[in-house]
Write a protein of this length. Structure first.
Length: 308
């Protein structure tokens, strides 16, 4: 047997043994895991194909001589032969396409193990147990749960004391500050707190459900913004009564299906922000799909408890 072929066979056998040991010899081994099995199969195929392709062309360089018709073009005196694609290349190309279609339709990941799928199943199972275990939790226990969730998910932006970290995020110790109220009056709100958006008014106008846009001056915007931000105290009660009560109610606690509570936080409002996200004067807050319904309710109870 030619030394070149013998060396290739020995090298191939050695690489195959090392490939198997690298997976099969580790903790867990192949363990009937299709991902590992496919990885080893692919590695074996690569080793065999690579070694024997190299042997083939090294052998050709040793004994073969070029022949055939050259194309008209050449590059620095170097030309190409008008030879057909090697049969082996064509076969391997077709086999690769067949394997690719099998891999994406029958093999992996459509019909096989998926870490993402397993994670989603585990999360769903955990959430189901969580909902059953804590479905009736109320009062101080609910607030305690909300504090834990807040510290895990919300403190990075809102801070440990929920003060917003110097404007990085909203200060949750108060319902709305003056700048936020003014921004909503002037620009409308795209927070889907009630399943719809508050329209963006025309310049110096507020949305009124019955009569359209009600004119309001810049000075009146400043006054009513301060009035709402100061806990509905001071000047601005008459402006609020004439422009805002139609949707937000006389006390600012909102009207179901019309507008949210702007006097103080409530659990439903916080829940909707966590569900839909929020865009405000500071920026955009993402929605928190990873929290289940009870966790969102708990965060709402916590924020209601700490806010004024």
């Amino acid at each position: 047997m030619n030394k070149l072929y013998l060396g290739g066979i020995i090298f191939t056998a050695l690489m195959l043994v090392l490939t198997y040991l690298s997976v099969g010899g580790t903790k867990g081994g192949l363990n009937d895991d299709i991902v590992n099995i496919l990885a080893v199969t692919g590695a074996i195929a690569l080793v065999i194909i690579t070694v024997f392709v190299v042997i083939k062309y090294v052998r050709q360089m040793q004994v073969d001589s070029a022949s055939g018709e050259l194309v008209d073009e050449n590059w620095d005196g170097i030309g190409e032969y008008k030879n057909s694609v090697p049969t082996g290349w064509a076969v391997m190309f077709l086999l690769t396409m067949v394997w690719g279609m099998w891999y994406f339709t029958i093999g992996y990941p459509v019909n096989a193990y998926s870490q993402i799928g397993e994670y989603n199943e585990d999360v769903a199972a955990h959430n189901a147990k969580f909902e059953v275990k804590y479905k009736d939790i109320t009062g101080d226990k609910l607030v305690e749960m909300g504090e834990s969730v807040f510290l895990a998910e919300c403190k990075v932006c809102h801070g440990l004391s929920a003060d917003g970290i110097d404007g990085k995020a909203a200060n949750l110790n108060i319902r709305m500050d003056e700048a936020s109220v003014k921004a909503v009056i002037e620009n409308g709100s795209n927070n889907k707190l009630l399943g719809f958006e508050m329209p963006m008014p025309d310049r110096n106008g507020l949305m009124n459900a019955n009569s359209g846009y009600v004119p309001i001056t810049d000075a009146e915007i400043d006054t009513v913004s301060a009035y709402v931000a100061n806990g509905f105290s001071g000047e601005g009660a008459d402006i609020f009564a004439g422009t805002c009560t139609m949707c937000h109610g006389e006390d600012g606690r909102g009207i179901d299906g019309m507008a949210p509570n702007i006097r103080n936080f409530d659990i439903a409002l916080v829940n909707n922000v966590l569900t839909h996200g929020k865009k405000g004067i500071i920026g955009a807050m993402p929605k928190f799909d990873r929290l289940n319904d009870k966790q969102k309710e708990a965060v709402g109870a916590y924020i209601v408890n700490i806010s004024k």
